[in-house]
Write a new protein. Structure first.
Length: 162
């Protein structure tokens, strides 16, 4: 999502979605799991650029979603949000326990997320291994190519991989 060109998003559909979310929120009370997911998407949609995304709000929304509809994938996404809002170490605290989660054993996005967090911490060898594992797990050729490129790039600035 960070690499996407937000100018290419369908802004008419985004406005319609935001209006529907506002109507749901106007009813008051607590939001259900679908409204929480819509609120998370709205945080992304409201930010004109990826770096302007309100990650702190997204963490709060994922915390609420994890209470209401817990799942390993929600927890993984919560780890991503924490990593963006509070730094990669905070994200890894949430993501690392998921490594023993049977439902995510062959889920390439777990390895990809770990790779990103590890790379941001400067733990390049571990990051490279995670990106390579993610590439081996995905069935999508384009995604595999991107993950292998990220593996190759997982190194300190200015260093060439030998």
């Amino acid at each position: 999502m960070l690499d996407q060109d937000r100018a290419r998003w369908d802004h008419l559909l985004i406005r319609r979605g935001l209006a529907a979310l506002e109507r749901a929120e106007a009813f008051g009370g607590s939001l259900g799991p679908y409204a929480l997911q819509a609120a998370i998407a709205a945080c992304h949609a409201r930010a004109p650029r990826a770096e302007e995304t309100d990650w702190t709000r997204i963490t709060a929304l994922y915390d609420a979603l994890a209470q209401l509809a817990p799942s390993p994938v929600v927890e993984l996404n919560r780890g991503v949000a924490y990593g963006m809002a509070f730094g990669p170490a905070a994200g890894l605290e949430i993501v690392d326990p998921l490594m023993s989660e049977p439902a995510l054993e062959r889920y390439h996005l777990l390895a990809s997320v770990r790779g990103d967090l590890l790379a941001r911490l400067g733990r390049f060898a571990e990051a490279r291994a995670e990106f390579e594992r993610a590439a081996a797990l995905t069935r999508n050729a384009r995604e595999r190519e991107l993950l292998l490129a990220r593996a190759a790039a997982a190194q300190p600035k200015g260093e060439e991989r030998t």
